[in-house]
Design a protein around this ligand. Structure first.
Ligand SMILES: [Zn+2]
Length: 531
């Protein structure tokens, strides 16, 4: 029998969590056709996987690659980690729907066009965004979610106030439209604005329209990153009757450090009440987020101009500065907030420095520094924040309810973002788990870790033919050397691609061969219940 591709002599870890086995794989028409010894068969392409591990392509549950592949279609930061599918639209931000008030384009989380090129007028809805991406060509699959802030923008409900009946109806209509076009879920970012202006009950009302659709879930970046935020997520899941994906779990307040087991007990209790709840986590003790997270919500109400006008009003500015000084996310430790990116004209003098250092340079206090940086960047400056402990992180990485998500973006080391000092999670998340935590610290087995990167997220997303190696599965496949796979990106030097991934297939097409990108762009936009 002839095959398009034969992968020879590999150690197969199939994504279900079961033990590894040795086999060849025969691929035809983009699908896994035969799992057996294929010594007497021929193929157009042969991949020798002797000494290497063959797994399903990794699924990154939490990314902000909403538009970055328009600039960097190969997405080297991600594909060299072995990631073949990126879940986008997180933390309430999605590039659709675009309503009468325009789209949400200035978030420090969503990097890439439309911020600069204003490609956003190229689409209005999920279908438009999808065909714009597919017409340009993308090197990996994207899995769309619809963001609650995008809905708020689309209907013009971006102030700190209740949502009117008409606005709620309009948001529900746009949400249903996106879900019917194939979005997998709705996301919130409740410590961010405008997402955080909506009350628990309003979110429940919004999400209730989803429970008649199969396999839709609620993904949340919580309002408070502690037990209250988790209780709210559980309440929304139970009352709206939809499963919950808790995003980028972490304990960032010093008073919470060491309590990972207690926190996950709340998740376990919720599952005994019948809630289908899981979480994702990335393998670092630092976060990256907008500096606007340290600004009180009331100050950010309305448009970006409204926010900037408040900063420009002497009396209001004083009030804002006081609240920044006191700390929105617990007592701020400004030495550990390192500026990652800013469109400021002197960005090179700011990026890589702590808020504390910039304050000294400027001869002002840290709270005033935050306000100045926000003004200078028009609200789009982000920072890397060192705020967690290793013990909690390892607990979250290993617990059975967890899967992984980088919270990073598919970018290129040569691309337009290469001068920015983003979090190393953009380039290193998956190899760091496999190298540092599995090979180095043995906090879980390779089979368990691969399951959390493949079969487990595929189940959350209801991807029936991806995330596992089985007959007729779509051939998203990652091959790596288990002895050498490792992350290279650091906080100082964050644009170093990971090592150890030798071959990657996306939809049956080789995208990485012998460690080199083939420049092929076989990625697709996946739709709920159809892939
Ligand atoms: Zn988030």
């Amino acid at each position: 029998m002839d095959f398009d591709i034969i992968i020879k002599n590999g150690t197969i870890i199939d994504g279900t969590g079961r033990d590894r086995f040795y086999s060849d794989l025969g691929i035809n028409n983009g699908k896994i056709d035969v799992i057996a010894n294929l010594n007497n068969n021929t193929s157009k392409t042969n991949i020798d996987a002797t000494g290497l591990v063959v797994t399903p392509g990794f699924i990154d549950m939490h990314t902000h690659s909403d538009v970055s592949l328009l600039d960097n279609p190969e997405g080297e930061s991600k594909i060299f980690q072995g990631i073949t599918s990126e879940v986008i639209g997180n933390c309430s931000y999605s590039p659709f729907p675009v309503g009468k008030s325009g789209s949400f384009t200035y978030s420090p989380y969503v990097i890439g066009p439309p911020n600069t090129d204003d490609d956003s007028d190229q689409w209005n809805d999920l279908n438009g965004w999808a065909s714009f991406h597919e017409s340009r060509g993308i090197g990996m699959n994207l899995i769309p979610q619809v963001g609650q802030a995008a809905l708020q923008y689309a209907v013009g409900a971006i102030e700190k106030r209740s949502v009117s009946k008409e606005e709620m109806k309009e948001m529900q209509t746009l949400l249903i439209e996106a879900i019917e076009q194939g979005a997998f879920s709705i996301t919130t970012g409740l410590s961010l604005y405008p997402s955080g202006y909506m009350s628990t009950n309003e979110i429940i009302t919004l999400c209730k329209v989803l429970n008649k659709y199969t396999n839709v879930f609620y993904a949340t970046h919580a309002r408070e990153i502690n037990d209250n935020g988790i209780e709210e997520a559980i309440k929304i899941g139970l009352e709206a009757e939809i499963p919950v994906q808790y995003s980028h779990i972490a304990l960032v307040d010093q008073n919470q450090h060491g309590k990972a087991a207690e926190i996950l007990q709340i998740f376990e209790d919720a599952t005994t009440k019948g809630l289908d709840i899981t979480y994702d986590v990335y393998p670092y003790t630092a976060a990256q987020g907008g500096l606007n997270q340290s600004i009180p919500g009331w100050a950010q109400s309305g448009t970006l101009n409204d926010y900037m006008n408040r900063l420009g009003d002497t009396n209001i500015r004083k009030k804002i500065r006081k609240e920044v000084e006191d700390g929105i996310l617990g007592t701020p430790s400004w030495k550990s907030w390192i500026i990652a990116n800013t469109p400021h004209k002197n960005a090179d003098k700011i990026i890589g420095k702590s808020v504390h250092e910039i304050a000294i340079d400027r001869g002002i206090d840290p709270a005033e520094t935050i306000l100045q940086l926000e003004e200078e960047s028009y609200g789009t400056v982000s920072a890397v924040i060192h705020n967690r402990i290793e013990e909690d992180l390892q607990y979250f990485l290993a617990h059975p309810l967890g899967m992984y998500g980088s919270d990073g973006v598919a970018i290129s080391p040569k691309g337009k973002y290469s001068s920015e000092k983003h979090h190393p999670r953009f380039y290193g998340t998956y190899p760091r788990i496999l190298g540092h935590y599995v090979r180095g610290k043995s906090i879980l087995t390779l089979e368990q870790a691969i399951h959390k990167m493949t079969g487990k997220p595929a189940k959350r997303l209801n991807l029936k033919n991806r995330g596992v190696i089985k007959k007729d599965a779509i051939a998203d496949i990652t091959i790596f050397n288990p002895e050498t796979i490792s992350d290279k990106a650091t906080f100082e030097d964050p644009h170093l691609v990971s090592e150890g991934v030798t071959d990657v297939l996306v939809n049956g097409i080789p995208v990485i061969t012998d460690g080199k990108h083939t420049k092929l762009l076989p990625g697709k936009i996946l739709r709920r219940n159809s892939d």
